[in-house]
Design a protein around this ligand. Structure first.
Ligand code: SAM
Length: 385
């Protein structure tokens, strides 16, 4: 039984644990910022291919107690790196830490890199070379106050890089965060879905991939393909089974719109690359004027917000108008608004029935749930202090 850790955007740990359960993982333990789990090596192939929420799948290769950099070097040196990858692979080491007493994580990273390379030289007479940008193999170390854990990254490029998004708007959501919003909203294929401020279309595209049962990793390669245990025929079998499962792209009640012409163009181009063109209805229209598709469904959207979009006064004026538009045109729908702007819930004039904290990178955000039942709206808009 192998042990793994899958990091994910903070706030999605429970949803990721559910997803891993559906992939038949064992010993599932959500932690802060990811989920630990266990299973055979084959599970690494499937988790990379199928997980919509994980950022990576790390394969745990050892751990131990440490007090200083020398201990960290010794712990790393005593892992059997030459058994796991060849010395002619290029290498990158990343270290993350919580409450580590070490003065410099950069120095710890260097020492781990030295240990891995020294071990290779001792066994094979050859050292791997370092590549920061396009490494074949990534080693991750996680340091707590007194414990170091080492991982080999089975993903390579992070899993939110699905390979469909060539065209982005200014503030695109990461694909796994978009998929996570859909999961937290409880959206299921078959229920109408609208993103009225779709930008490059990430939410709608993730929904389309879910509805068509297209595995998110079908269009890319993975780090495990550079590891010694990689078994090509097994991988092909798993991948082909996923390919056979995919449904043909037909319109399925997913709607994306934006008032920006270039965003709409990008969204349409990304849908083509994702193999989901024709599935999502894409339209250029102002969210404040948009009519509700029939029958009622779910809105999941990521309105513009202050940190990235300079015009904060315009936003303060926009939120109450958005609240009014939702009230007037979307009775019967449930809206999920994802935002890092604390003014949104104060100014929108609707009462949130749920607020889920989430992180978009380092930015603390919330997913606000609004049940748009006629007459449920708060009368007056609160005033911000
Ligand atoms: C934060 S971005 C959404 C990013 C998107 N989730 C993605 O992954 O690419 C907000 C989007 O809202 C759009 N927008 C702003 N005001 C709008 C309005 N009144 N009607 C429709 N779209 C609007 C912007 O053009 C922008 O694309």
């Amino acid at each position: 039984m192998e042990r793994y850790f899958a990091p994910c955007p903070r706030g999605l740990e429970t949803a990721l644990a559910d997803e891993l359960q559906r992939l038949c993982a064992g010993d599932i333990e959500p932690a802060d910022g990811g989920v630990a789990f266990a299973g055979a090596l084959e599970l690494a192939y499937r988790a990379n291919l199928e997980s919509r929420l994980a950022s990576r799948v790390l394969w745990r290769v050892g751990d131990g107690a440490y007090r200083d950099e020398r201990d960290v070097y010794a712990l790393a040196y005593h892992r059997d790196w030459p058994r796991w990858f060849r010395a002619d692979r290029t290498l990158r080491v990343d270290v993350a830490a919580t409450r580590s007493p070490l003065k410099s994580l950069e120095f710890a990273t260097l020492r781990i890199k030295d240990a891995v390379c020294d071990r290779h030289r001792a066994v094979a007479g050859k050292r791997p070379t370092v590549s920061k940008d396009h490494p074949d193999v990534r080693v991750h170390a996680y340091l707590t106050a007194d414990h170091a854990t080492f991982y080999l990254d089975t993903s390579g490029e992070p899993l939110f890089k699905r390979g469909y998004r060539r065209e982005t708007t200014e503030a695109p959501l990461r694909e796994n965060l978009a998929a996570g919003l859909l999961r937290l909203a409880g959206w299921q294929p078959g229920t109408p879905l609208l993103d009225p401020m779709c930008g490059s279309g990430t939410i709608a595209i993730e929904a389309a991939l879910m509805a068509l049962d297209i595995a998110p990793g079908l269009k890319r390669t993975f780090g495990f393909q550079k590891l010694a245990w990689y078994d090509g025929p097994t991988w092909q079998r798993i991948k082909q089974a996923a390919q056979r499962r995919a449904k043909p792209p037909v319109p399925i009640g997913i709607y994306a719109s934006d008032d920006d012409a270039s965003a709409i163009q990008r969204c349409a181009a990304n849908l083509v690359t994702a193999g989901a063109s024709g599935v999502v209805s894409v339209e250029r229209v102002d969210a404040l004027a948009r009519a509700a598709p029939e029958p009622p469904g779910v809105i999941v959207t990521n309105p513009p917000y202050g940190v990235r979009q300079a015009d904060s006064a315009a936003l303060a004026a926009f939120y109450p108008q958005l609240g009014d538009a939702l009230k007037q045109r979307f009775a019967g729908w449930t809206a999920y608004l994802f935002s890092g702007d604390p003014r949104l819930p104060k100014l929108i004039g609707l009462k949130a029935s749920r607020r889920t904290p989430l992180f978009n990178g380092a930015l603390e955000c919330r997913l606000y749930e609004y049940r748009l039942v006629a007459g449920s709206a708060r009368r007056a808009h609160a005033v911000i202090k």
